[in-house]
Design a protein around this ligand. Structure first.
Ligand SMILES: [Ca+2]
Ligand SMILES: [Ca+2]
Ligand SMILES: [Ca+2]
Length: 177
C-alpha cells in the first residue's frame, strides 16, 4: 500500500467514527447520515434517502467484510484490512460516491457550487483548508463550479490503496498557505 493511501485510510476511519468512541459501529453511520442530510440544502427526499441508504450499506459492507471477531464494532486494526481487497468495496463506495455527489447537485445540471461542496464536506468532518484545497484541484470553472463526475471519481480514487498523487491527498495534507 502507498503511504498516502494509509494516511487516507487513517483519516476516513477517524471521521467515520462519528461518536468518537474509537471504533466503527452502526450508530456512527446513522449519525453521519443525519449530519450530511442536514447539510444537503436544496436536495429532494429521494436524494436524501439515497445517501441514508448508501451510508447504511457502507456500514453493512464493512461489518460483513471486516468485523473479524464479529462483535459489531470495527477497530482500526480490523479496518485496515480493507486495503487488502479493495475490489470488495467497489460497489459500496461507488454507490456512496454517487449519492454524495448527487447531494452537491440538487438542480441536476451536473455542476457543484463551492459553498454546497464545503457544507457537505464539513458535515463529513474534513477541515476547511483541506476542503478548499481539494475543490481547487478538482478544476473549478470560471463560475467556481466543479463537475459531479470529477467528484465521484475523486471519492472512488480516495479509497484505492495503490493511488498516490491524487486529489484526495489534499484532504490529509497540512495546507502550507
Ligand atoms: Ca464510533
Ligand atoms: Ca470487531
Ligand atoms: Ca448544480
Amino acid at each position: 500500500m502507498r503511504p498516502e493511501a494509509l494516511e487516507r485510510v487513517k483519516l476516513i476511519f477517524v471521521l467515520l467514527d462519528t461518536d468518537g468512541n474509537g471504533v466503527l459501529e452502526a450508530v456512527d453511520f446513522e449519525l453521519m447520515a443525519d449530519r450530511v442530510v442536514a447539510a444537503a440544502t436544496g436536495s429532494d427526499h429521494a436524494a436524501k434517502d439515497a445517501i441514508v441508504v448508501a451510508f447504511r450499506k457502507y456500514w453493512t459492507t464493512l461489518e460483513t467484510e471486516l468485523d473479524a471477531n464479529r462483535d459489531g464494532a470495527i477497530t482500526f486494526e480490523e479496518y485496515t484490512a480493507c486495503v487488502l481487497s479493495p475490489e470488495r468495496f467497489d460497489e459500496t463506495i461507488g454507490q456512496f460516491a454517487e449519492a454524495l455527489a448527487a447531494l452537491g447537485d440538487p438542480d441536476g445540471d451536473g455542476l457543484i457550487e463551492r459553498p454546497l461542496f464545503v457544507a457537505l464536506m464539513t458535515a463529513i468532518g474534513f477541515d476547511l483548508p483541506n476542503i478548499h484545497a481539494i475543490f481547487d484541484v478538482f478544476q473549478p470553472n470560471d463560475a467556481d463550479r466543479i463537475t459531479v463526475d470529477i467528484w465521484v471519481e475523486g471519492i472512488k480514487d480516495y479509497y484505492l490503496p495503490h493511488k498516490a498523487g491524487i486529489a484526495g491527498d489534499q484532504l490529509v495534507r497540512i495546507p502550507t498557505s
